[in-house]
Each structure stands twice: as C-alpha cells, then as structure tokens.
Write a new protein. Sequence first.
Length: 427
Amino acid sequence: MTTRETSGMDLNDVLLAVEKAPPVDAVRAVTRKIGMRLDAVWVSFLVADMSGRALVRLVHLPVGAVSGERRQDEDVALVLPFDGGPQEQALRAQRALVEQSGDLCVVRAPVTQRGEAIGLLEIALSTAPSEEIVQRVSRAAHTLAFVVIANRRHTDLFEWGQRTTPFTLAAEIQRRLLPSSFTCEADSFTLAAWLEPAASIGGDTFDYSLARDLLHLSITDAVGHGVHSALTATLCVGGLRNARRRGSTLLEQAEAANQALVGNASDRSLFVTGILGRLDLRTGSLAVVNAGHPAPLLVRDGVAQPVALPVNRPFGVRGRRPFEATQLELQPGDRLVLLTDGMLERGAAALDLPGKLHDLGELHPRELVRVLADEVLAVAGSSGTLPDDACMLILDWHGGHGDTRSTEAGADPRRASSPASDTSPFG
C-alpha cells in the first residue's frame, strides 16, 4: 500500500464527507473513504443494539429475506446477537482485533467515545495488516464515533436500527428522560447505567452530568406504571435538571423536584423516590440525598454492603422538614451501585446481588450493568419480562482528578473487561 492509502483521513476529509452527505448517509460516506484509503475489500459499520445484547447492521438497499431483519422504507436492519464471538470480544476488550476469514483478514475496531460503545467498524483486507494499519483502523473507528454522535441528532435512522422491539408511548417518554450516553469515562471515575423496562413502563430513570470539578448523578422511580408514571417522572427529572442548570445546590435541586411534583401533578397521590448525588472530583466526597429510595450498595475491597443513609420523604410528598444530605467519602477502588426496587423486589429478590457484585468485580461497569440486567430477567421467570422496571447506575471511583486519563481510540484499555470470560456480558 502507498503512504496515501495507509495514512487514513485527516479531519478536513472527514468534515467534508460528513457535510456533503445527508445525515442518513454520513456514516456510509466516511466508511467508504476509509475503505478506499486502506484498499479494503469491504467495510461495514454495525451500531450497538439498544438492548446491549447485539449489533445491528444497517443497509440502505433491499437485500432479500434474511432471518431477523427489519425494514423501514429501503433501509434494512439486521440484528446480530452476541454469541461470544470476535465482534463481542472486540467490544469487551475495547481494542481492535484481527481475524483470518478465508482469504481475507478482518479488522474489527470498537466505535467508542468516552467509554460509550456506539458500535463496531469492520474492515476486510486482502493481506494481513501491520500493527500500524490496525492502529489506523482503530483511530478511524474513533473518528466514526463522532460522526455518529453528530448525525444521530438529525435523523431517527440510528435509533430505529437500535430498537429490536417497538416502543409504547410510555416507553418513548421514558427514553427521552435518559441521558444520550449510558457510559462515561473520565480520569477519576467510570460510570455506566442501565434500564431494563417492565412490560408496562414503571417510570424509572437515571441521569448524570459532568461539571468542571463536580459529577451530578441521580436515579429515580416514579410510582405507578404506564403513561401516568412516565409523565410523573418527566416532572421530577425536569425539575432536577432545571435546578442543576441554574447552578442550584444539591438540596435546592431536591426541593425543586419536590415542588415540580407538588405544584404540577394532577394526581396528588403521585410521587417519586430517588437518590441524588453530587461528587467532588477533587476529593471523592459525595453528597447524597435519599428521598425514600432503596439504599445504594458500596463495594469496597470486594465486599458489597448497603450504605446507611438518612431517608427523606419522597419527592411530591408534602412535609415541613427540609431535605437533608449526607456525606459519603469514597476511596480509590470503590464501586457505588445505585438501583431501583425492581432490582430487589418480587422475583428479582432471588438474585444474590452482593454475591454477583463480588464475582463480577473485574467487569467494566458498561458490561456489568447488562450482566446484572440479564440476571434479573433470568430470576424473573420464563416470561422474560419484569413486573417493574429494573434500573441501576454504577460508579467506579479511581481518584486522580485532572488530566491523567489514559485513552486509546475512545476508551481506557486499563479499565476494559477481559476479551475472554466465562461470563458473557451480553446474553
């Protein structure tokens, strides 16, 4: 290959290709250029399925009847469930892997940004790639992550492809309350969250926002099910975000959520339980407000124990006493687990959650939340659906806030899960 063919694309090439193409074709335009520069036999982008248990190949041409495919106009989404194979392992390890496939060498590189596994870039080459070429593919996959993030704001195509099951109205409302990325890596922490919805939406949400020296996080559970529960959750999350974006303190955010429900909920019996946190990234000091919610679990030195927190009234319940916060001092190596009662009640109560947190301690939070969701579904019974939403947010505290982050193509390889494990994080 010539120098030009192996040099990848510079930023101007990427921006020009993206801007010239419509949003639905931006990824294809960029991957085509990547393939041409590397003299590839074929190039493919697979987006991560919303369930976290598969990849989805999006194709803009009728390809005939294929098992598992879905269609929308001329776009085809083919679901490829994780089976422990090379695609899953590349995402687990968060590094490019090379496989000999007949006469071709296939390079698979995770498309990742700040630990969020957006999908996978596959490039087939006629000759075995050098380590330099593999690294260039990896960097191209990282660039592709920004292309997807920028263009999914303008089209439903990517989200349509990620949805293996149709959403109800309540699920659509609930989905809009969640942050756009379920994973965030920084130098001092790693965070990942997950929501396994019930058959009838239970109003669970999670949220986080990273400031210069602070991390805001929350997990909430609106009473009831269906649209009413989703609307109640909307009032609560809207109140929290509005107060946070005004620069309010943690206690002011709690009061704002409470007032949003007290002042606007049409049904006075509606309320929301939740845990709010504000973490000082310089010290590891976490201020916490528990509004009638199940206690979080703290995993320290491999042992998971509930954190005893004073319990305030739920949001939306009138009371004279103001909300109170508690300080929790995190130590490097700690893992904090916030969850809703769907992880603890009814059939889910059969899950030994502390034991699982001990056994799966080496998994990246991105995979761990999905493993635990699968475990909850397994103990829930043969129906494969939950009577209540199961929601969790996992925070790993590393310490060392500043500019110490080590990253390769959008992820910290030191924090990634092992590429081979007896426990598959995806199914």
